[in-house]
Ligand binder design. Sequence first.
Ligand code: ZN
Length: 575
Amino acid sequence: MKRFLSVFLSFALLLGLSQFLCPGLAAQAANSKLIAITYDDGPGYYTEDLLDGLKARGVKATFFMLGSNAARYSSTVSRVYREGHQIANHSYDHPDLTTLSANGVRGQIQRTNALLDKACGKGSRYLVRAPYGSVNSTVFQSVGAPLVLWSVDPLDWKYRNAETVKSNILSQAHDGAVILVHDIHSTTIPGSLAAIDVLKSRGYEFVTVSELFRRRGKSMSNGVQYRSCPPNGTDLGPVKAPSVTVQPEGDKLRVTLAAQAGASIYYSTDGSSLNQSSSRYQGSFLISVPCTLRACASFHMNGSRSETVEQVFTQPPVQEPRIQVEDGLLRLASATSGATLSYILQDEEVQTYTGPVPIEPGTEISAWARKEGWLTSPKVRASYSPRGNLFLDVFPSQWFYEAMDRAVSSGYMGGVGNNHFAPAAPITRGQLAVLLYRCGGDAPSPETVDSLPFSDVPLDAYYREAVAWAYEAGIVGGAGENRFQPDRSVTRQEMAKMFAGYLRNQGALPADTAGAADGYSDRGKIDGWALESVEQVTALGLLSGQGGSFLPKETSTRAQAAAVLMRLADYLNRT
Ligand code: ZN
């Protein structure tokens, strides 16, 4: 049991199962009470104590910082950001902005932004609060950010008494309020924290200013001033942490991250804290162990982001087993030396691999490799078919399984390497020519093979003889300009055309098939050159529609080609 538990836990860690066991909070009830507390004029001597108090309460706040103080307390600025609070701009040294020119206003804002960027990363966005709340049209036009006032002012700078600060906040607090206090006064720290405790007990949730507006579906615009965000029946809920899925790939790990709609994901793999300068997730990526992975989801990294997910990977993954079947014996091997290999045949018990195992056709196999202290490999599945073919990517539950098994056993279809048959891959013109040729075609004349008029069919191409045959038999034409385009995928109507051409060549075309395609809802989309062929293959039941449509322009897959080929073989009585 203990072993099972530790294996399960390592899998849970590996697969990020914690995300599944504890799904992110669902959207909050729309009547939740949200409130934002803002601290001005810091950071300062008391800010670290305040941060301890906020952390203990799980409360996020907004800090309108002075650039001059951010320079002096730069490590505090970093901590404020790291702990998920919002950092905002309160000018460089607290002038009345209405006394400044447009350039003067911009200088105060940009000089401070540059200092804040050291913690938040380049390109971060900062809300602005004008000192004294003093603004004019020059400020509105020059500030380049949303402006934030307040709706609750306990005058903490005046009373310098914790009990008064607390009671003043409580008497004015309301849903959607922005509370103004200053973290440069010692009395404000205990006073505001005590008020927070009471408001939390009254059902308020403390959020950053940006989250207050985002959660209520309100956008904030540059040069516009905001005082509060009253309840409006909307609450989009907090930003959910991204889910992390990790899959061994060779000796590396492939990481896939996912977040809620509209959110971006930022991550690091070098142990660094996340900010605006971190990598932005564009798609799955590989990591080598050891590695510390951090990731968060965000609407704005500064003030509107999820908790950071952290996963530490210290173990390399075990290489997944290679499955082989030869002479009725199943063989397993892992490139990781010392790995223990396990397997399951059909629905039987788990077995430990000790050497070649006799195996009957028509058996499904799954196998995996593990090693003490390493990440267990993913499971590899295989199907040993009734006709004795080993498939790693074709299984009995798939509709084309039997046809694929027959097509491979009959030698019409080959794999794409390592027992893979790529059933969902498009079939190309060259491949389809080979398929039909193998199904029964008279060898083309050597002259045709030598003098094919296609410049893109190399002399040594495996499909050259088949293309020459199909060309000679009038089953395929060129694609114009002396080209055959052997690697171009085949549409369904092109496949119909080639199969009908083959039937004509074999003298096996049915008569009176006009109208056979009339039942397709998209008959009008079938090109004129293909219509008669579609009617012929439809009348024979070689190709049928999907849900009443023929889908003439859709790409044909290798699985579809195998299925059509086997129906053709049945019709011609060739197998
Ligand atoms: Zn101020």
